[in-house]
Ligand binder design. Structure first.
Ligand code: AHR
Length: 491
C-alpha cells in the first residue's frame, strides 16, 4: 500500500472560495433548456410553473450558486425581445448554431429569471455583442432592472413583472474571437468599451461586467484585452477551455468507450487547466495588480463525440467516473486559484456536454459529475487554506492525487481529494500544522472508470460514506483507484 503525506495549515488562509466557483451554464442547445430544464406547465412531467421539479430539486441540493444563460454561441444571435410577452405570439426562429431546430422562444427573460429565483441562484446573462446593437443590450438591462418610469420598465410590468430583477453578472459577448463575431482582440476591446458604457446601473442594481476572454492558451487575447480595457468598467474576464481527450476536434472519442491510454490522456488534458489559469493570471497581474478583475472560467468540461444516433448539433454525451475525476481535478484547481478565479461554470447543466443531469421523458439521472458537485459543495464561501501532498505518479506522467482544502467560519477544515490512478490505492496521511485532528468524517465517490448512471440504473455511481481513521492527532483515508473524496476535520 502506498502512503502519501498531506499537510494542511488551517491558520494560513490564502483566499476566499466564492460559491460561484460551483456554477453551471445553460444554453439554448439541444435538450438543455427545452426538455432538460423547461417542459411547460401543461407537461405530464412533474413541474413547478413549467420547470422540471426533479431538476430544480437537484440544483438546490448542490446549492447551485449561479447559472449562465442564454449561451454560448447562441447568445450572440439572441434578440431578447423575441422571448418576452404572450408566448403564442413569440417569434419562431431557427437555432442556426445548434442543429438548425426551431426555437419557439417560449423560454425567455422572464422564464430564466424566475428559474433562478426558484433555484435560489444568481443569474448570469451573456449579452449579444456579436450580432446585436448597443441599443438592444442597453434596453435589455433597462427592461430587467429599472424601477422608474420608462417605456421599457412599463413593458416589463405589462408582461407581468412589477418589480425589477437584480442582475449582477453580465457578460458582454461570448467567444467573440470565434462564433461571436470572429474579432481581433483590439477590435473587441473597443467594442466592449462602447457597450459597457451603455449597460447602466439602474435602481441600485450593480452590474458586474464580464469581458470575453481567451480561448484556452490564447495569451495574446488576454494581454490585449487587459491592456485596452484593464480594470476600467470590467470586473471579470472569461476563459474557455474544454477537455478533449484526443486533442483532435474531428475525432474526440466516445464518452463511455475508451482505452486506458485515452483515460490518462483525458486527465492530462484536463490538468492543462492549471497552466492556463496560472499564465492568464500572471498577465492579469501585470495590468491589474490589485486583483480588481476576476478570472471567470465560464465554460469548462469534457467534450466527446455525441452519443450514437443522436443529433450531432445537440452535443449529448454520457458521463462516466472518468468525468467525475475531471470535475474533481478542475474544482480543486479552481479552489487553489481563488485569488484570481472567482467563478466557473461547467458546460453544461443538463443534457449537453459534461452535464450534471441527464433527462429522458419523465426520468432524470444524476451523473457522476453531479455527485462531485455534491461532494465538494462545502467549499462554497469558505477560505482556502494551505495544503500540500507528497504526490505520486499514476501512469504516463499523470500525477495521482489532486487536493484542495478550506476552513469555514466555524473552524472546520474541509479537504477534497481525488485519485486518478486506475490501478493504485493510496493511503493519505493527513496532518494539520499547529493542531491535532480530533475527529473526522468522510464521503467518497468511486467506481471503475467506465461506470455511469443510466435511466434504468441511476444509482450505479453514488456517494458512499468513507471511513477516516484518526490517531495521534492525524487522520488517514484510503483512496481506491479512480476515486474522489471529501473529508471534514475537526481540530
Ligand atoms: O458549450 C458549447 C459551445 O462551446 C458554446 O456555445 C460556445 O461558447 C463554445 O464554443
Amino acid at each position: 500500500m502506498n502512503t502519501l503525506k498531506l499537510t494542511l495549515n488551517p491558520l494560513q488562509k490564502l483566499s476566499h472560495i466564492n460559491p460561484e466557483i460551483y456554477g453551471n451554464f445553460s444554453e439554448h442547445l439541444g435538450r438543455c433548456i427545452y426538455g432538460g430544464i423547461y417542459v411547460g406547465e401543461n407537461s405530464d412531467i412533474p413541474n413547478i410553473e413549467g420547470y422540471r421539479k426533479d431538476v430544480i430539486d437537484a440544483f438546490r441540493q448542490i446549492n447551485l450558486p449561479v447559472l449562465r444563460w442564454p449561451g454560448g454561441c447562441f447568445a450572440d444571435e439572441y434578440h431578447w425581445r423575441d422571448g418576452i410577452g404572450e408566448k403564442s405570439s413569440r417569434k419562431k426562429m431557427i437555432n442556426t448554431h445548434w442543429g438548425g431546430v426551431v426555437e419557439d422562444n417560449s423560454f425567455g427573460t422572464h422564464e430564466f429569471m424566475r428559474l433562478c429565483e426558484l433555484v435560489g441562484c444568481q443569474p448570469y446573462i451573456a449579452g449579444n455583442l456579436g450580432s446585436g446593437t448597443v441599443e438592444e443590450l442597453s434596453n435589455w438591462i433597462e427592461y430587467m432592472t429599472f424601477d422608474g418610469v420608462s417605456p421599457l420598465a412599463e413593458l416589463r410590468r405589462k408582461n407581468g413583472r412589477e418589480q425589477p430583477w437584480k442582475l449582477k453578472y453580465l457578460g458582454i459577448g461570448n467567444e467573440n474571437w470565434g462564433c461571436g463575431g470572429n474579432m481581433r482582440p483590439e477590435y473587441y476591446s473597443d467594442l466592449y468599451r462602447r457597450y459597457a458604457v451603455y449597460c447602466r446601473n439602474y435602481s441600485g442594481n450593480d452590474l458586474f461586467k464580464i469581458a470575453c476572454g481567451p480561448n484556452a492558451d490564447n495569451y495574446t487575447w488576454t494581454e490585449t484585452v487587459m491592456k485596452q480595457i484593464g480594470p476600467w468598467n470590467m470586473r471579470g474576464l472569461s476563459l474557455h477551455y474544454y477537455t478533449v481527450p484526443t486533442g483532435n476536434w474531428e475525432h474526440k472519442g466516445s464518452a463511455t468507450e475508451f482505452t486506458e491510454q485515452e483515460y490518462y490522456d483525458t486527465i492530462r488534458s484536463t490538468l492543462h487547466m492549471e497552466e492556463l489559469v496560472t499564465r492568464h493570471s500572471a498577465i492579469m497581474d501585470r495590468y491589474d495588480p490589485e486583483h480588481k478583475v476576476g478570472l471567470i472560467v465560464d465554460e469548462w468540461g469534457t467534450w466527446y463525440d455525441v452519443e450514437p444516433d443522436t443529433n450531432p448539433g445537440f452535443l449529448y454525451q454520457q458521463n462516466t467516473m472518468r468525468d467525475a475525476i475531471v470535475a474533481a481535478v478542475n474544482l480543486n484547481i479552481f479552489n487553489r486559484h481563488t485569488d484570481r478565479v472567482i467563478m466557473a461554470n461547467i458546460a453544461q447543466a443538463v443534457n449537453v456536454l459534461q452535464a450534471i443531469l441527464l433527462t429522458e421523458g419523465m426520468k432524470t439521472v444524476k451523473t457522476p459529475t453531479y455527485h462531485i458537485f455534491d461532494l465538494y459543495k462545502q467549499h462554497q464561501d469558505s477560505d482556502l487554506i494551505y495544503s500540500h501532498v507528497e504526490n505520486s505518479l499514476a501512469a504516463d506522467n499523470v500525477p495521482a492525487i489532486s487536493q484542495s482544502a478550506s476552513v469555514n467560519p466555524a473552524g472546520d477544515v474541509f479537504l477534497t481529494l481525488s485519485n486518478a490512478s486506475l490501478t493504485e490505492s493510496y493511503t493519505v496521511d493527513i496532518a494539520a500544522a499547529f493542531s491535532g485532528v480530533n475527529s473526522a468524517e468522510g464521503r467518497i465517490l468511486t467506481a471503475e472508470a467506465h461506470a455511469h448512471n443510466t435511466f434504468d440504473e441511476p444509482e450505479n455511481v453514488t456517494i458512499q460514506p468513507l471511513s477516516v481513521k484518526t490517531e495521534n492527532g492525524r487522520a488517514q483515508v484510503t483512496l481506491p483507484p479512480c476515486s474522489a473524496a471529501a473529508v471534514t476535520l475537526k481540530l
